[in-house]
Design a protein around this ligand. Sequence first.
Ligand code: PLP
Length: 392
Amino acid sequence: MTSRTPWQLAQRAHRMNPSIIREILKVTEQPGIISLAGGLPSPDGFPVDAMREATARVLRDTPREALQYASSEGLPALREWVAAMLRGHGQQVDAAQVLITTGSQQGLDLVGKVLVDPGSRVAVESPTYLGALQAFAPYEPVFTAVDCDDDGPLPDALHTAEGARFLYLLPNFQNPSGRCMSEARRAAVVARAQALNLPLVEDNPYGDLWFDAPPPPPLAARWTDGTVYLGSFSKVLAPGLRLGYVVAPAPLVPKLLQAKQAADLHTPGFNQRVVHEVIRDGFLDTHVPTIRARYKAQRDAMRAALEAHMPAGCRWTVPTGGMFFWVELPANVDAIALLPKAVANGVAFVPGAAFFAEQARANTMRLSFVTVSPQQIERGIRALAAALKEAA
Ligand SMILES: Cc1ncc(COP(=O)(O)O)c(C=O)c1O
């Protein structure tokens, strides 16, 4: 008897890889491990009561509409809300440009589907969001990593991306580096991109999670016609809702919509109605500051622990928002090799190499501070520093 499989995988399936982060998270689920590896928001910030009440109101007032198929573009009232919110941040947005997506992760997939041909180039930051590399990869691009510093992409390096279908950017509290682009850098990057006729895909799930001052206006406010903008409700409400949005220049909207229709017909209408019911009267104005305050205290705890315990030769910048510290280790330390030692000491992190499209830097790691208490952060960083000293 042969056990030959009748299935033949598509070429693109060979470009899909298990997420190293999910593999690591399996390890970190062992009891007793302090996980600084997660990319999850803190469940303490989920607005459980507001969700419960809004769900009851939706089921009372519009039960059949909420449970019916809905439009692919998204709930009109929610699209209007998103457009008005973004106008408040300086963007020129009409609700007709807003598509409600099943998380902003779906927005990344739709962008890849509509804009990327096999062999075409996609430019990304260095490092960049691993989930975006995973979303774009099946469309078979060739990635170009643009050189960056602590302030984001170097304007003088943008010419290496010339001819790419787009440059994918995370200006606010980047995942994984935590960095936030200054106003001057935003202006310079957009000016250079315009000169090169290089469109931008701006991903902003973390922009509301600032600690001291809001970040500068989005890139999309500087170049409306040349920027696709992605946002999310995952970090300000809850990721289990799977609600995000794409704001696209008008010529792209029909194609993104057709791609969305083919993918899943529409984003769950029930979730859209519940979220609109929660946020319609300014709920986020009081809710998001509670998340900021919590994350800021955890950021401070991690900063203090890093300063107290990390050995010489390690470098990090203190994030002014978001969820992550990015640590550069001495050049001879490989974070992937360090991970089992750290786990043996009771702490987990994500090695940074996974976040590079090209020229991975093995001596880097991402540390999340939002799902652990200040006491766990202190113990976790102490254990991490001990593993580093043992490895040296
Ligand atoms: C930079 C970035 N973009 C997009 C996403 C996807 O978010 P969601 O699909 O939950 O909106 C994430 C999730 O962590 C992220 O970090």
